[in-house]
Design a protein. Structure first.
Length: 477
C-alpha cells in the first residue's frame, strides 16, 4: 500500500498492548483497514499475560497456558507467528485437597488411589441426593446446587474466599457460571474421562506454550503489527481523553512518555483499559451517575512472589493448586517446567500467587517478608524448600481479577451503556468488558472488533451479536 493510500485510512488509537490490544492492531493492519497507534505504559506487550526476564529466568505474570479449545483461526495465526517456538506440552499439575495431592487434570486411577475416602463418599452421595434448588442466585447457592456441599465446602468455597476475598454467598451467581468450567457432575465426570484412552478428545490434557514464555504470544502479535505499519509505543501512559465535540472532530489523547507530554489525535479510540479508568480519563465529560457506577466496580489485586532456589528443579509439576484456608497462596508454578527449559542451570524460580487488596498488610510487605510467607506456606503443604532462597522479587497487579459482587451488573450496565454513547469509541477485552476470560477469549474479541470495522465505520449491530457470544465465555482452567 502506498503512503498516500495509507494516509487516507482512518486512524485508530488502541489503548493497551495486552492480547486484545495487540490482536486488534495486528488484524487492522493485516487487513489494511486503518492506521494504528498502539499505546502501552509497560516496557513490552502482554499486560497480565506478559513475561519478563529476572536473573536469567523467563517469568510469566502468574500461570498461563494457551488452551487447545482456542479458535482454530487463532491457533493457526499464533502457530504462524511463533513457528517452532510454540510448544505442545502435557499438563502436569496437582491439587492439595484435605492433606493429599491429587493430579490435575483429574485422572481416574489417581482419584482411586489418592482421594480421601470420606471426601469421595461425600461427593458420590451429593451426586445422587443433593438439594438442587437454587434459592438465591449467588456463587455459593449455584455451585452447591450443582456440585453439592462436599466439593464446595472442601474446594471451591475456601478457594473463592482466597481468590476474591469475599464469602461465596456475597458473590454473584454469574461468577460461578463464568469462572467454574466443571460446574456440574456431568462436566466433572467428562473431565475425568478425558484422561481415559478411547474417551480422550483431541488436545485433552495438553496445552500450547511459547518457548520464551507466555508473553511471547503478545510480543509476536505486536511485532508483526509494527512490521505491517502500526506505530507501537511502549512506556507511554495515557493521562486524559477528550471526545469529539462535532462529527468531524478527532479524539484527543493526552499521554506522557518519560518527561515528555504529548497530545495525540485519532478518528477512533479502541480501549482495552479498565472501563472504570476510561470514566476517570474523560474527567468532567463523564456524568456523575457514571462516576458513581465506576466507584462501585471492584477488582481483586494479586501479589506474584518469585522465589529463586539453588536447585535445577523444585518438583516435576508445572502448577500446584492450594485451596486450603491454612495457607495464603492459591497457586504455585515453576516456569521452567512449562517449556521444559534447563536454563539457567542449577537454579529454578517458583511463582507464588497471593490474591489480596491494595489496602492489605501483604500489599506493603517487603520482598523478603513475602518470600518468607511463601516458604512457610509450602512447608505447611509438605513442600518445604530444599535450600534457602537465593533471591526474591515481587510483581504487584492492582487489577488482577474482576469481583462480581451480587448486583454488580447494574453499575457495570451503566458504564457499558454510557461507553456505547461515546462517538467512535470501543471498549473491549478482559478489562474493558470486566470479564473473566482467557487469552484466547481476549484475542477472539480483537478479531471480532476488526471484522466489525468496515469502510471506516464500526458495525454496532454486528458487534452486539459478538457481545452475546462473549457472554457465554467460560474460563478454561
Amino acid at each position: 500500500m502506498s503512503e498516500s493510500a495509507k494516509s487516507d485510512l482512518p486512524h485508530i488509537i488502541v489503548l493497551g498492548a495486552g492480547p486484545a490490544g495487540v490482536g486488534a492492531a495486528y488484524r487492522l493492519r493485516l487487513q489494511g483497514k486503518a492506521r494504528v497507534t498502539l499505546l502501552e505504559q509497560a516496557p513490552s506487550a502482554g499486560g497480565n499475560s506478559g513475561s519478563f526476564t529476572w536473573r536469567d529466568h523467563i517469568c510469566d505474570f502468574g500461570s498461563h497456558r494457551l488452551h487447545p479449545a482456542s479458535d482454530a483461526e487463532l491457533l493457526r495465526d499464533i502457530g504462524t507467528l511463533l513457528g517452532p517456538d510454540l510448544l505442545d506440552r502435557p499438563r502436569h499439575g496437582r491439587i492439595f485437597l484435605r492433606g493429599r495431592w491429587i493430579h490435575f487434570p483429574l485422572k481416574p486411577v489417581d482419584l482411586l488411589l489418592r482421594l480421601d475416602p470420606a471426601f469421595g463418599m461425600g461427593a458420590f452421595k451429593d451426586m445422587l441426593f443433593r438439594d438442587r434448588t437454587v434459592r438465591e442466585d449467588n456463587f455459593a447457592n449455584v455451585l452447591r446446587a450443582t456440585l453439592g456441599p462436599t466439593i464446595c465446602d472442601n474446594f471451591y468455597f475456601p478457594y473463592a474466599r482466597k481468590i476474591w476475598g469475599e464469602d461465596p454467598t456475597t458473590l454473584s451467581g454469574i461468577q460461578a457460571r463464568k469462572r467454574v468450567a466443571a460446574a456440574s457432575f456431568g462436566k466433572l465426570i467428562r473431565k475425568v474421562m478425558n484422561a481415559v484412552p478411547g474417551f480422550k478428545p483431541a488436545g485433552a490434557g495438553r496445552f500450547f506454550y511459547p518457548k520464551q514464555g507466555f508473553g511471547q504470544i503478545a510480543q509476536a502479535y505486536a511485532g508483526k503489527a509494527a512490521s505491517l505499519g502500526a506505530d507501537v509505543r511502549y512506556g507511554t501512559r495515557v493521562t486524559s481523553l477528550a471526545m469529539p465535540v462535532a462529527n468531524g472532530d478527532p479524539w484527543r489523547v493526552r499521554v506522557t512518555r518519560g518527561d515528555v507530554e504529548e497530545e495525540l489525535t485519532a478518528d477512533h479510540v479502541w480501549s482495552t483499559l479498565p472501563i472504570s479508568l476510561v470514566a476517570k480519563f474523560l474527567g468532567d465529560a463523564t456524568p456523575q451517575r457514571v462516576r458513581d457506577a465506576a466507584a462501585t466496580i471492584r477488582y481483586r489485586a494479586m501479589l506474584l512472589v518469585y522465589v529463586e532456589l539453588p536447585v535445577a528443579q523444585f518438583t516435576e509439576f508445572d502448577a500446584h493448586y492450594l485451596p486450603g484456608s491454612d495457607v495464603r497462596i492459591t497457586r504455585l508454578s515453576e516456569p521452567k517446567n512449562y517449556a521444559a527449559r534447563s536454563e539457567p542451570q542449577g537454579r529454578t524460580v517458583l511463582c507464588a500467587e497471593l490474591p489480596t487488596s491494595t489496602t492489605s498488610a501483604e500489599w506493603t510487605m517487603s520482598e523478603e517478608e513475602l518470600g518468607q510467607l511463601v516458604c512457610r506456606d509450602l512447608a505447611t503443604c509438605g513442600l518445604p524448600v530444599p535450600a534457602a532462597p537465593t533471591a526474591v522479587t515481587v510483581r504487584r497487579l492492582a487489577q488482577a481479577y474482576p469481583i462480581y459482587d451480587q448486583g454488580y451488573e447494574v453499575p457495570f450496565g451503566v458504564l457499558d451503556a454510557w461507553a456505547d454513547t461515546l462517538p467512535r469509541f470501543l471498549t473491549y477485552g478482559r478489562q474493558g468488558l470486566f470479564a473473566h476470560d482467557n487469552t484466547h477469549h481476549a484475542l477472539a474479541m480483537a478479531y471480532a472488533a476488526e471484522r466489525c470495522f468496515e469502510g471506516g465505520v464500526f458495525n454496532e449491530r454486528r458487534w452486539s451479536e459478538y457481545r452475546a457470544e462473549f457472554a457465554r465465555h467460560v474460563v478454561e482452567d
